[in-house]
Design a protein around this ligand. Structure first.
Ligand code: AMP
Length: 421
């Protein structure tokens, strides 16, 4: 295993960008007494056909921020999107479904609901809101102006409040009216990150700013094309990059292997070769799965066998990493001090192809209990760690799939920039 010279990493432009993020714009420095505070939360929770919440993780994640404002003696106006309404209001996407549960999560605090996020009912509700009370506005995406980042729409929302707080990390990569445009109506003393945003940024920074070495990124999932930018940005930072999932077969084919009917992106073969070459220059060791569990169909009850990942016959496809790969990856993970995991090692949704992913989840949990810092950074690896019951045994599980991916890709997130401007 290579342990990279730290000097190399500090020269990287990628880290320069991260250093500029001002996480001091925290709500801890603000006293919210008698203030009206508009908070962008990510309450985009899954609902069943009867409008019942099936997973309230995203709501729970913003409760500390809401409580801080209420405890200071402030009044909280919450805004969020829910689902993907096509054009205008749709009952199944109403935030009304969340009012009762939100009140329970806040220990019985009264939660008012405005059945429109702009317009007279919202204006009146915001005006009459008292310190210690919460007002939830109707789904922002009932207006196309929200996703368009419309300035007039953003100003209407800004007018309700003295202070703007963004706690919606899950939408921080979107330049929408409520996540970015609205911030221009508040000066630096009157806008801040909520606790969730702050902890997402702080935990991601633990991986990308002066991390304890060796640093290992575990990157899996379906396609190389979805993870190219992530891989390119991680190369100068990481000592080891472990690759699994469908994307591994593009790399294996690029190296001259036979991958049969495995997922393989022919258009990305040369880019995969470039990444492998760049890894040598960057002193980063890339690990590809030595063996695979292959199947004769993409199906839970397909015939399966264990084969070398570079000699998969036609008619067979690699759907999970094999036991030799698991064992190698476990060793690398056990020796790591900083671990980032994005993307499953196989088609973990089907039991027959879930072993690799769950073995990696356990290895990451074990390394964490031995003192490593581990970030489960978005995507299906979050679902996998939750399903494995090990989410309490890793250091941090990100709530923002796409946003965390873009952050780790080195992109500037509009929701973060807007608070810092
Ligand atoms: P991503 O969203 O890119 O992280 O990809 C996650 C998806 O990749 C999951 O739905 C997995 O089932 C799928 N996946 C993982 N390994 C493979 C594989 N070997 N072949 C096909 N799909 C895979």
């Amino acid at each position: 295993m290579i342990i990279k010279d730290k000097g190399l990493v500090f020269e990287s432009g990628l880290l320069f960008f991260y250093k500029k993020i001002n996480i001091m714009a925290s709500i801890d420095k603000i006293n919210f007494q008698n203030k009206k505070v508009i908070v962008r939360v990510d309450f985009n929770v899954p609902l069943d056909e009867n409008g019942n919440i099936t997973d309230d993780t995203r709501m729970r994640a913003s409760i500390p921020t809401i409580k801080k404002i209420l405890n200071d003696g402030g009044a909280v106006i919450l805004m969020s999107h829910l689902g993907r309404p096509k054009s205008g209001p749709e009952a199944k996407f109403s935030l009304n479904h969340l009012v009762k549960h939100l009140s329970e999560l806040l220990g019985g605090v009264k939660v008012h609901f405005a059945d429109d996020c702009i317009g007279n009912s919202a204006i009146m509700a915001a005006q009459s809101l008292q310190p210690g009370e919460v007002l939830l506005l109707e789904n922002l995406r009932f207006y196309k102006e929200e996703t368009a980042g419309d300035v007039d729409f953003a100003q209407k929302l800004a007018n309700y409040a003295d202070i703007y707080v963004n706690d919606a990390f899950g939408t921080a990569h979107r330049a929408h009216a409520s996540t970015a445009t609205i911030a221009q109506f508040f000066d630096k003393e009157h806008k801040a990150f909520g606790y969730l945003m702050e902890s997402e940024i702080k935990n991601a920074n633990k991986v990308i700013q002066n991390p304890e070495r060796p640093v290992t990124a575990i990157i899996g999932g379906a396609k190389v094309s979805d993870k190219i930018q992530l891989l390119e940005n991680l190369l100068p930072l990481c000592d080891n990059i472990i690759i699994g999932g469908g994307m591994a077969y593009t790399f294996i084919k690029a190296k001259g292997g036979h991958v049969g009917n495995s997922l393989c992106e022919e258009d990305y073969l040369s880019l995969a070769t470039k990444i492998l070459d760049k890894a040598i220059i960057d002193h980063t060791q890339i690990f590809l799965p030595e063996d695979s569990i292959v199947a004769d169909a993409f199906s839970a009850d397909a015939n399966t066998k264990k084969v070398s990942s570079d000699s998969i016959d036609e008619g067979w496809m690699g759907l999970d990493i094999g036991p030799k790969a698991i064992s190698k990856y476990q060793d690398v993970i056990a020796q790591s001090k900083t671990i980032l995991w994005n993307g499953p090692m196989g088609v973990f949704e089907m039991e027959a192809f879930s072993k690799g992913t769950y073995a990696i989840a356990e290895a990451v949990a074990d390394a964490t209990s031995n003192g490593a810092f581990s970030l489960i950074g978005g995507g299906d690896s979050v679902a996998a760690i939750n399903k494995s019951g090990l989410s309490e045994k890793v250091s941090y599980v990100s709530t923002g799939g796409g946003a965390m991916l873009e952050f780790l890709e080195g992109k500037s997130l509009p929701g973060i920039i807007a608070i810092n401007e």
